[in-house]
Design a protein around this ligand. Sequence first.
Ligand SMILES: *Cc1c(COP(=O)(O)O)cnc(C)c1O
Length: 439
Amino acid sequence: MGTIYTAHQQELAGVIDDAPSRSSWTDWKWHIKNRVTTVEDFERVLGIRFSETERRAHKLTTARFPMSVTPYYLSLIDVEDYANDPVFLQAFPSPRELEISRHDMTDPLHEDSDSPVPGITHRYPDRVLFHVSNLCSMYCRHCTRKRKVGDRDAIPTRAELAAGIEYIRNTPQVRDVLLSGGDPFMLPDETLDWLLGEVERIPHVEVVRIGTRMPVVLPYRVTEDLVAMLRTHHPLWINTHFNHPREITASSRRALARLADAGIPLGNQSVLLAGVNDCPRLIKTLNQKLVQNRVRPYYLYQCDLSEGLTHFRTPVGKGIEILESLRGHTSGFAVPTYVVDAPGGGGKIPVMPNYIVSWGANKVVLRNYEGVITTYAEPDSYEPNYCDRDCAACNLTLKEDDGQEKACGVEKLLMDWDDTVSLTPEDNERLARRDTDAA
Ligand SMILES: *Cc1c(COP(=O)(O)O)cnc(C)c1O
């Protein structure tokens, strides 16, 4: 494959750098060095002019929430209609980021309070989120970790990463490690190679995933060297973050192909953003294009309640409407799970249209995507497996040697071997009254 950049991109390289070399545009380090971080540079490079009032508002916003855009991502902006451009809206600050609504929180997902050691968020029983870099090549305006963006512009040292590795090593229930950040691909290849090696050497770690937006905002980061290194660390999964079909370009397609050819299963996590992608047709096109490029749509996120994101939020109903237009209408593997990440740190909650219309003792009434109402007859003779967690005596063939894991949450209510009948919030007034009455 030859060089893939457009005349427009070649021209931009000349505006940004007095003497770009022939390979500047496809050199990821050139893009990092030449990130656009000021309102003036943004205007100069794109050849647009804001009014004095606009410029003042933009500067006020960047003082609170910094800006950084790679020349590549900037080159995708349609200058003729930039105000409505999905790339512009994700990259350039809006004065509305300073509107803090009464629901906003600095850390809505409680990632900091669920953090046993710096860099680790341990929320779910068997997996952890490992923040391995504070840096990103492009600062997404809709970042859920907006509070941290630009905080400390330094690559963490191996010593700083060691605390996280140590926690994983000492926590045997962790079988899945999710490297996130910032963007893990901001780390040099050697550091990443070392880190992946350290993590995979931990006997109880079964799989590692990397969350990165590089294929979208700086696809040249996916070099042959990087991919050659990554493929020595299987089983490795990668999730990326495309939000709009316009982000799928010749360059990003090549980056995705390299990763897929290295045997890395690829997933995508989109965020539902007002004015950017809150449209069923647009999301369907996006997901179909992703599938065409061997990327499985994984999650569609409801926009978080982080400060500065109010103007991006849609009602949850918009997401359900989008899901309604996907399921049945297109390939099942082009349909992501729509999730609300629970404020307060409850984790991701899947939300979808209702397909169960009613339920009787012998039949379930269901409806399909066309509105056809159908029935499913429950079996007349189902012999339930009574489970006392004695897998050795069970006629199902999986012989689990230790039934040590505890049931948790709603799952517990369904278990034969657990006597829990109900779950009650800690501060339930009715039960508090009972206690007082008894006293
Ligand atoms: C999203 C997330 C995970 C991974 O969740 P999956 O549903 O397994 O993809 C793990 N830890 C935290 C804190 C997360 O936010």
